[in-house]
Design a protein around this ligand. Structure first.
Ligand code: SF4
Ligand code: SF4
Length: 281
């Protein structure tokens, strides 16, 4: 049977997921759980518990053959399903084959510079994304991967994906306290960043700045010391924010948000280490 992937949403025109106008594909499922995640409903596969089906006010969800089926035409986007899912999932997903996604993208070819896969964590679908990128290449669109950086670079699937990817946008969440911040025992991803840089495959690195859950100075100094040798790579410093988060997340974050002055001071520190392109958000 043809390979299928679960997609949380498609955004045909995005100008925040890499250079130019881009078709962004958000895959379902992640391998970490950051406390400040703004899309926690993309973290897990649906467990088919059925809770959202009975609570949907317009019956846009039905259980069919042990799957939740979503009817986009009926949905009024009240978000009741997402707010109440205790499994960090969403019933508002669609399964696509590579050919089906290609057809969606092809219609926008004249208006976009490329495509970006995001999530969730798109490297969990490395084999599928590799096939998609190979099919997209003849359209002369650039293919970007937006990743949290937690992947096994030596695996066969990742080697193939790296080969067909034009550029990666890599999060460095932290270089310490990763368990506390991201709920994972996965190895620090700085080695993956260095590897991708050595291949000239990095467009941008991002770090979300949150106090206490990470050693901010240590993380930024570590990344800056690497990026100073790559003047074309952008380092984006993002101030954590609590809008749109679930209540329990907001409680964890409220007193951990750095001031604008603090973030500007940190950007100056990164600049002094030698990073040329810095963006503060
Ligand atoms: S989306 Fe969440 S609430 Fe709905 S069936 Fe799946 S796991 Fe249950
Ligand atoms: S967002 Fe759509 S699918 Fe979810 S509960 Fe509301 S109407 Fe139903």
């Amino acid at each position: 049977m043809e390979n299928r992937a679960v997609v949380n949403r498609l955004i045909p025109f995005s100008n925040v997921d890499g250079p130019g106008n881009r078709f962004a594909i958000f895959f379902q499922q992640c391998n970490i759980q950051c406390i400040y995640c703004h899309n926690p409903e993309t973290q897990s596969e649906c467990k088919v518990c059925g809770k959202c089906v009975v609570n949907c006010p317009v019956k846009a969800l039905t259980l069919v053959e042990n799957k939740v089926v979503f009817d986009e035409k009926l949905c009024v986007e009240c978000d009741t399903c997402i707010k109440n899912c205790v499994h960090q999932s969403s019933p508002r997903t669609h399964e696509y084959t590579v050919d089906e996604l290609y057809t969606e993208i092809e219609g926008y070819k004249a208006f976009i510079r490329g495509i970006t896969v995001s999530g969730g964590e798109p490297t969990l679908q490395a084999e599928f994304v590799t096939e998609l990128f190979k099919k997209i290449k003849p359209l002369e669109l650039t293919c970007f991967v937006d990743t949290n950086g937690f992947f096994d670079k030596d695996s066969n699937d990742m080697q193939k994906l790296i080969e067909v990817t034009d550029k990666f946008m890599v999060d460095i969440k932290a270089v310490d306290k990763i368990q506390e911040l991201c709920g994972t025992n996965l190895k620090n991803n700085v080695d993956n960043l260095k590897y991708l840089l050595s291949l000239n495959k990095v467009y941008e690195v991002r770090t979300v700045i949150i106090e206490d859950y990470m050693d901010v100075e240590n993380t930024l100094t570590t990344v800056a010391s690497i990026l100073k040798d790559y003047p074309n790579v952008n380092y984006k410093l993002i101030t954590v924010h609590n809008s749109g988060l679930k209540d329990h997340q907001r409680e964890l974050i409220n007193d951990k948000i750095p001031t604008r002055e603090r973030v500007e001071d940190l950007a100056d520190m990164v600049r002094r280490i030698g990073v040329k392109k810095i963006e503060v958000i």
